[in-house]
Design a protein around this ligand. Structure first.
Ligand code: ZN
Ligand code: FE
Length: 257
């Protein structure tokens, strides 16, 4: 089985899994890169998984469904043009012979879901849409800081080896912010160097892993003293309140260049 990030637009990845014959794609914001890849490899698209309703994640949905007859899965609580199978926390589906568990992860959008595969060639796999990015997290368009923090904590408790397939290549700018928050984190500075090298060679920084994100992503580290202190120093946030620390980090990042 092959796991491939197809670049789209400025910085999106359309994640595609295939076994040489059958394929699944996650969040196809654009049909063209997917269609081209399927044609080049002679693949049949069996399924489309959607995490949330934003255009850069569903823009290619109708065209791909029409062209391939693929089954579409998406969040139960969002307005996405059907036909599709609507999913929420606790639902399980099987695609390409792989089991996926559905997690509710509201915050970026109100009905955002993630897909967790507990066993994919030796380690779990996570498609988390715009909830978790390497070194960062999605903006709060439809949710509260408390909701988003809870969603991120749910993802952070997945096994450390879980490969995290984020839908944007935001890693370098996220790590610049993370370094401002936690300059003394040596794992972070090491990872940042690695990522700079990968990007300079035109390679994706993803997938990441849950263990790595726990050690470098400030949005998963609101309980770490240095992170809470940085939030406090930034705008007086209560260091003992993870939601207040999280809200400060998110706001701070929104204006950070
Ligand atoms: Zn989005
Ligand atoms: Fe997006």
């Amino acid at each position: 089985m092959n796991l491939i990030p197809l670049p789209a637009f400025q910085d999106n990845y359309l994640w595609l899994l295939h076994d040489g014959q059958r394929a699944l794609v996650v969040d196809p914001g654009d049909a063209d890169p997917v269609r081209n890849f399927l044609t080049e490899r002679g693949l049949q698209l069996e399924a489309i998984l959607v995490t949330h309703h934003h255009a850069d994640h569903i823009g290619g949905l109708d065209a791909l469904r029409d062209a391939t007859g693929a089954r579409v899965y998406g969040p139960a609580r969002e307005r996405i043009p059907g036909p599709l199978q609507r999913l929420a926390e606790g639902d399980r589906i099987e695609v390409l012979g792989l089991p996926f568990e559905v997690l509710d992860v509201p915050g970026h959008t109100a009905g955002h879901i993630a897909y967790f595969c507990p066993e994919f060639e030796g380690a779990p796999l996570l498609f988390c849409g715009d909830t978790l990015f390497s070194g960062g997290c999605g903006r709060l368009f439809e949710g509260t800081p408390a909701q988003m923090l809870q969603s991120l904590e749910k993802l952070a408790t997945l096994p450390g080896a879980t490969r995290v397939c984020c839908t944007h290549e935001y890693t370098l700018s996220n790590l610049k912010f993370a370094t401002a928050v936690e300059p003394g984190n040596t794992q972070l500075s090491h990872y940042r160097q690695q990522c700079e090298q990968r990007r300079s060679q035109g390679e994706p920084t993803l997938p990441s892993s849950i263990a790595l994100e726990r050690s470098i992503n400030p949005f998963l580290r609101t309980g770490v003293a240095a992170v809470a202190r940085a939030a406090h120093d930034h705008d007086g946030a209560n260091e003992a309140d993870p939601v207040a620390v999280f809200a400060t980090l998110r706001q701070w990042k929104n204006g950070f260049r």
